[in-house]
Design a protein around this ligand. Structure first.
Ligand SMILES: Cc1cc2nc3c(=O)[nH]c(=O)nc-3n(C[C@H](O)[C@H](O)[C@H](O)COP(=O)(O)OP(=O)(O)OC[C@H]3O[C@@H](n4cnc5c(N)ncnc54)[C@H](O)[C@@H]3O)c2cc1C
Length: 423
């Protein structure tokens, strides 16, 4: 990798003086192209698009492999929630023999061959602990524990799901059974005949409940807020694909009405089973708040038959009992937190001209949030999954390639002048 991106030491007196400081990293290396932080789908997509423009990039990844979220933090039965054509990365479609909704293993195999195809070789076990724009030299200083990298462009691809969100529940320490986040949940094995409370009703929470049912556990679901549940497919096509197509012709409110009408016909009135719908329609709500509608893969039927019970917000925990805000108290053997993730950007990026310090997402909403100042870019923070990743990666690569080619042309002109003077 080092040879590949033609690293060379920076000959800068300011940098040299910093390097002698005992609290600064040991090595200082100059990276001619952009640095990408994170080797998940977004980092890989950005690097591939750059490579396509002949721009070399260096990827720094904290884990020891690519796509660590998918490798380590996902459950066994996971498949892509959206059809493969909406999840493929730029420049390389999924294999034709893959099913419409590839399994986790298939998606990982696709990412491995994507990295291989574009000869992407991230530096692993390289956690970026800080990144700061140095206005004195006009470059980014990106630090891991052992190295300080200096570069002109910094691409943040650490993802929307970098850190588990674990809510603080009253009495949590008193609860006798295990309390685990979905990031550690693999399958219902070990939960057979146990009463399990799943907290959170996004796609993961809903699917974990279904998985627990299949392992003969007795799951219950905590539903705190209103939510939209839509069938994964309508009229034999994916609901997502249908929505995208309808949005080309109709305003979002009309598409929402159509989706809700068909959903009611297919799923019935979800409020009867404790799942109230928000006032805004699913697509309008997604656009405004980023809240994704749940695509039902069979959980609703299990709720209707009573195999999965629904409870409101938790009030407190004690020993093996959970008390809910409606006064009900129930015994549970285990709790699974399907409470999502958050960005880790504010913990390491010292320059927040693009990202909000509050939530670690770009301050400008999609499609504006990909570009900051001083060569700072974001890929994969659109709240639009892998489709958003592809859009960001293509834009970022095109923009950086323009600047890269310009500076190379200038260098060539200068070199040409020097040669003619020498001769
Ligand atoms: C259970 C689950 C199912 C999903 N299903 C779908 C789906 O079907 N379709 C869809 O479009 N999206 C889905 N998503 C959304 C998912 O976030 C994206 O698919 C995808 O993983 C985003 O890629 P990313 O590269 O932006 O982030 P990530 O996959 O999270 O990758 C970020 C990488 O950055 C690394 N990193 C983080 N911090 C640092 C640091 N400081 N230094 C160095 N490296 C760092 C991490 O180790 C990680 O490898 C799902 C998410 C989950 C959790």
């Amino acid at each position: 990798m080092m040879e590949e991106v033609e690293f060379k030491k920076v000959h800068d007196p300011y940098l040299q003086s910093k390097m002698t400081n005992s609290d600064t990293p040991l090595h200082c290396v100059w990276v001619p192209g952009p640095i990408i932080v994170g080797a998940g789908p977004s980092g890989l997509a950005a690097a591939a698009c750059l490579k396509n423009h002949n721009v070399p990039a260096l990827i720094l990844e904290q884990a020891n492999c690519i796509a660590s979220l998918w490798q380590f933090k996902t459950y066994d039965r996971l498949r892509l929630h959206l059809p493969k054509q909406f999840c493929q990365l730029p420049l390389m479609p999924f294999p034709v023999n893959f099913p419409t909704y590839p399994t986790k293993e298939q998606f990982l195999a696709y990412l491995e061959s994507y990295a291989e195809n574009f000869d992407l070789k991230p530096i692993f076990n390289a956690t970026v602990v800080s990144a700061e724009f140095d206005s004195r030299c006009g470059f980014w200083r990106v630090k891991t524990k052992v190295t300080e990298y200096v570069c002109r462009w910094l691409i943040v691809a650490t993802g929307e799901n970098a850190v588990e969100v674990v809510p603080r529940l009253e009495g949590m320490n008193e609860f006798n059974g295990p309390i685990v986040h979905t990031s550690s949940y693999k399958s219902g094995e070990g939960f057979e005949h146990k009463s399990v409370l799943v907290v959170g009703c996004g796609n993961s929470g809903m699917e974990v409940c279904l998985d627990l049912c299949n392992y003969n556990a007795f799951p219950s679901l905590v539903v705190r807020d209103s939510l939209h549940v839509l069938p994964q497919e309508m009229f034999w096509v994916s609901t997502f694909g249908l929505s995208m197509w309808l949005l080309k012709w109709l305003p979002v409110q009309i598409v929402d009405q159509l989706l809700l009408f068909v959903s009611r016909f297919m799923l019935g009135d979800t409020s009867h089973i404790g799942l109230n719908r928000p006032k805004l329609g699913p697509l309008e709500l997604k656009g405004i708040s980023g809240k994704t509608p749940v695509l039902d893969v069979g959980t609703l039927a299990k709720i209707k038959t009573g195999d999965i019970k629904v409870y409101p917000e938790i009030k407190r925990l004690a020993c093996n009992v959970v008390e809910f805000v409606d006064g009900r108290k129930e015994k549970f053997d285990a709790i699974i937190l399907a409470t999502g993730y958050r960005s880790n950007v504010p913990t390491w990026l010292k320059d927040l001209n693009l990202f909000s310090e509050k939530d670690g997402f770009p301050m400008k909403k999609f499609p504006e949030g990909w570009k900051g100042k001083h060569g700072l870019y974001a890929v994969g923070f659109t709240k639009r999954g892998l489709l958003g990743t592809s859009i960001d990666a293509s834009k970022v690569a095109k923009e950086i390639a323009g600047q890269w080619n310009n500076s190379h042309r200038k260098c060539e002109i200068l070199q040409g002048r020097k040669t003619s003077i020498d001769s």
